[in-house]
Design a protein around this ligand. Sequence first.
Ligand SMILES: Cc1cc2nc3c(=O)[nH]c(=O)nc-3n(C[C@H](O)[C@H](O)[C@H](O)COP(=O)(O)OP(=O)(O)OC[C@H]3O[C@@H](n4cnc5c(N)ncnc54)[C@H](O)[C@@H]3O)c2cc1C
Length: 406
Amino acid sequence: MRILISGASIAGPVLAYWLARHNFSVTVVERAAAPRKTGGHAVDLFRPAMDISEKMGVLARIEARTTGTSRLALVPEGGRPVRVDLSTIFGAASDRHAEIMRDDLSEIYYEAARDDVEYLFGDSITAISPDGDVRFERAAPRRFDVIVGADGLHSTVRRLVFGDETRFSTSTGAYLAVLTLPDMTGVDGELRIHVGVGRTAGMYRAQHLGDARALFLFRSEHPLDYHHHDVPRQKELLRAAFTGVNPEVQHWLDALDGTGPFYFDSITQLRMDTWSRGRVTLVGDAGYCPGPAVGGSTSLAVVGAYVLAGELARAGGDPERAFPAYERAMAEHVRGSHAVGLSAAKTLIPASRLGVRGLAQGTRLLSALPPGLGRVFLRLTTKSARFHNSMTVDDYPSPPRQRSTA
Ligand SMILES: Cc1cc2nc3c(=O)[nH]c(=O)nc-3n(C[C@H](O)[C@H](O)[C@H](O)COP(=O)(O)OP(=O)(O)OC[C@H]3O[C@@H](n4cnc5c(N)ncnc54)[C@H](O)[C@@H]3O)c2cc1C
């Protein structure tokens, strides 16, 4: 039974690991020329994803690579900073949580299955026939029994099999940019956030990286007009959204003139009635992205990959039985993630002065409350983290580790 996965970031390598453990023969095709090592951005793993990582034997590596961000300094526009211990927040919402840079996590998952899986870097699928014939940009055509798109929000597999992305994407009206720049906070382990009406900017750095990330979230009343390859235009839109912002954030924005990695996209949710057609299915952001930076999508991608591999194993590799079972098992998690993603976007990018004040006062209250009370208050407010912490996942036993023979 030969299975092809497109994408080697988070969902792809986790799926590859578990399919190999269930003795399927697995090939992963990844457009990047090699495993990424630039860091990316910080992502969250909540309990179910941490449990799956533990079963994969990689938990210690993950814990050794966490970002080390332990404090939040929130600065409301025109107000004074409020500081709070982040472990209080996550401790109340999740009994098992790690924040780690995406590329570190990707590398850890990739290495867990590297010896049992065939990887094709620097290539991409160009065509998939209903009977499983696959064409690539570079590699020779091959036939697979099952093909999985784990190729992210702008998935090629989804476009080839289900049609244009615009049919499934719902804009939240918000935009997201990330800039890699020299560390300017000078404070270890602190996430510094400036919040204004319709715009939020933050800076953090992972303890083992020499540089920092500035994260910009903002709303626009009208859809912005830009091409996804037109970086100068994206930078112009970002500058315009943060006009008149306080000097510290302006200083971060000045780094836009440099050549550091830059990411810009709308915060989009993907909503599909089904993620499967014939022998093809989707996993992670490719199938059900709840919105980058707001919806806990990394945990969802890890859980989705584990469940899909388990259902394929349970069904003896038959996609007609496995895919509906996978979709049923994930439906509630996906619906919930979409809901908490929308609500997190509203909280993180307040639409009014009242919203900015509310966020600052909530944070101030947390920093002042005694630990017990603080935890109770947090349980009421950290909806997204609590949701992702409580996703229930079946156990899918796998045979002892061995090389695939199929
Ligand atoms: C700026 C930003 C901030 C974020 N912050 C958070 C956060 O705080 N917490 C959180 O949990 N999540 C966060 N996320 C989301 C998180 O990064 C994703 O949910 C997670 O990486 C999903 O993993 P994935 O494997 O499904 O897709 P992706 O990580 O998007 O990976 C897709 C992979 O497919 C590859 N690919 C794409 N096209 C092709 C092709 N044609 N052929 C072959 N390969 C291809 C890509 O190179 C990539 O390796 C953030 C995302 C962004 C962009």
